[in-house]
Design a protein around this ligand. Structure first.
Ligand SMILES: Nc1ncnc2c1ncn2[C@@H]1O[C@H](COP(=O)(O)OP(=O)(O)OP(=O)(O)O)[C@@H](O)[C@H]1O
Ligand SMILES: [Mg+2]
Length: 494
């Protein structure tokens, strides 16, 4: 179906692709892997006409083609689901799926009924529980991603590119997705599958292509390789796991306490505390209400009842700036919407939560200080950027995530809420972030970590809180916790 030969692409200061190769057969799932910034998304943007290659050739079904616009790619039958979601938040699910292709009644009015029905058929076929008339802005990231998938499928694509489709899905949602992908494959669709969740490659892919630092490394048949050797090809070095021998922090001082926190229709009677030096894991299925609780503590959403105590003192948090003053930092799961100023450079984003510190008494910005601090974070987190002046929107997805982390580290918050901190982060960098979380709590900070990945929750937490449908359904010390126990609480519907 697709053959890409010796593709090259440079951006100012970055050689993103250097003689890259890629082929896709009819009816195969071909995984594309590599560290953050390796060039995966860029290669796919060349294939979908978002970027033009500087050199190299592309063949589609044996014919040499010039894919000079996204429209051209679409006409060829190449569809992509981007890593960063691209939906119109104020439109409904159905309107997003059929945007620009709305069927008109009497050529004048959009036939909403028909759009809704067609979308409903797709949702039903894929077994997704979603209202076609729901507004996209009210959906979780996971649900929004499903809308993207349906949108791509609705184009009758012969080549479907998925850039980290499972990053924010729960295990059961991933199973659903895999069923869909396998079905598409059996119907002859070629699927290009980018993922950092390497353990899923064995199940879903037929071949794997590895990229490193803008270079093509190799393409192998999945059945012939071990994932460990894929990791070695990706990073070109050994990856060391952080240990997870932890002891409970039960004796420690309580830093944050939440009593009967309620937001009508979203979550109710949430009670828990967070101890000094502790990582409190928050587990549950997507939609359990974890992000909503975090947002309420951070002052981004109102509460209808309940109390929050910091260091034993009752506090009223009605805006994020108040909670930042109280020493609370929130790393959002949706970095595009809440975490970053995408049009600003790396340095500005890193100091963003802490701008006051960087002004002298006359209100002038201390540029040198900013540079120095930003440089430190870039080094500590191994953020891949040509320089500090690069706009964040030009960084690879994983590196954007690291910038958000850098921003909260700079603020030196005492309580950090990390919402899906390793989403879209490669294996090597994941370990770096785990190490970082461990060193933060060793310094005496306290962390709430929301994660949908059970291995991550089990490895990192001292204590685990499980939510289901807006309520806390269980609490487990790390000594007694297991995947099975967590899943039991996570599905304990009232
Ligand atoms: N529009 C752009 N302008 C400048 N540099 C860019 C642009 N797009 C990508 N880059 C750079 O090209 C390199 C490859 O980025 P790319 O997004 O392809 O990585 P990736 O493999 O998809 O990584 P991730 O796993 O983090 O998503 C990175 O160094 C990135 O900063
Ligand atoms: Mg990418």
């Amino acid at each position: 179906m697709v053959q890409m030969n010796d593709i090259e692409k440079s951006f100012p200061g970055v050689k993103a692709l250097d003689k890259c190769q890629f082929t896709l057969n009819k009816g195969e799932v071909h995984a594309l892997v590599g560290e953050n910034g390796a060039g995966k998304s860029t290669l796919m943007k060349v294939l979908t006409g978002v970027h033009q290659e500087d050199a190299g050739t592309i063949f589609f079904k044996g014919k040499k083609v010039k894919i000079n616009s996204p429209r051209k790619a679409q006409e060829l039958g190449i569809s992509i689901i981007y890593q960063e979601l691209n939906l119109m938040p104020h439109l409904t699910v159905a309107e997003n799926v059929y945007i620009g292709r709305e069927e008109k009644k009497n050529k004048l009015f959009i036939d909403k009924k028909k759009l809704n029905q067609k979308t409903k058929d797709f949702l039903k076929m894929l077994n997704i529980n979603l209202d076609p008339q729901a507004k996209v802005k009210d959906l979780t990231v996971a649900k929004q991603q499903m809308v993207e998938i349906i949108k791509a499928l609705s184009y009758q694509a012969e080549v479907l590119i998925m850039d980290e489709p499972t990053a924010s899905l729960t295990d059961s949602e991933i199973e659903d997705l895999f069923r869909i992908v396998k079905k598409l494959r059996s119907e002859g669709v070629g699927v290009i599958y980018i993922s950092h969740r390497l353990e899923e490659l064995k199940e879903i892919s037929d071949r794997i292509t590895v990229m490193r630092n803008g270079n093509y490394i190799d393409t192998v048949a999945t059945k012939d390789v071990e994932i460990d050797s894929i990791i070695n090809m990706m990073v070109g070095r050994e990856v060391y796991e952080t240990s997870n021998n932890k002891s409970s922090k039960n004796e420690n001082e309580v830093i944050l306490e939440v009593k009967n926190l309620t937001r009508k229709g979203v979550f109710k009677n949430i009670n828990f505390n967070l101890k000094k030096g502790e990582i409190l894991g928050m587990s549950g299925l997507v939609g359990a209400g974890r992000t909503e609780v975090a947002r309420a503590i951070f002052g981004a959403d109102n509460i209808d009842a309940g109390e929050i105590y910091v260091h034993g003192k009752k506090v009223n948090i009605s805006s994020p700036s108040q909670s930042v003053e109280l020493g609370i930092g929130y790393l959002s799961e949706d970095r595009k919407r809440y975490g970053l100023a995408l049009g600003r450079d790396v340095a500005t984003n890193i100091v963003l939560a802490n701008l006051k510190e960087y002004m002298n008494k006359f209100g002038f910005i201390k540029e040198d200080k900013i540079k120095q601090v930003a440089q430190n974070q870039v080094k500590q987190l191994a953020i891949k950027t040509p320089n500090l002046k690069q706009d964040v929107k030009n960084l690879s997805g994983g590196n954007q995530q690291k910038v958000v982390i850098g921003k909260w580290l700079d603020k030196d918050s005492e309580i950090l809420i990390f919402d899906e901190p390793t989403r879209g982060i490669d294996v090597g960098a994941k370990n770096e972030i785990y190490k970082l979380l461990n060193s933060l709590v060793e310094e005496g900070k306290s962390v709430i970590m929301i994660s949908s990945e059970l291995p991550e929750i089990l490895r990192m937490s001292h204590r685990i809180l499980v939510m289901c449908e807006g309520e806390v359904t269980g609490e487990l010390g790390i000594e007694e916790a297991s995947k099975e126990k967590i899943m039991k609480f996570a599905t304990m519907r009232n």
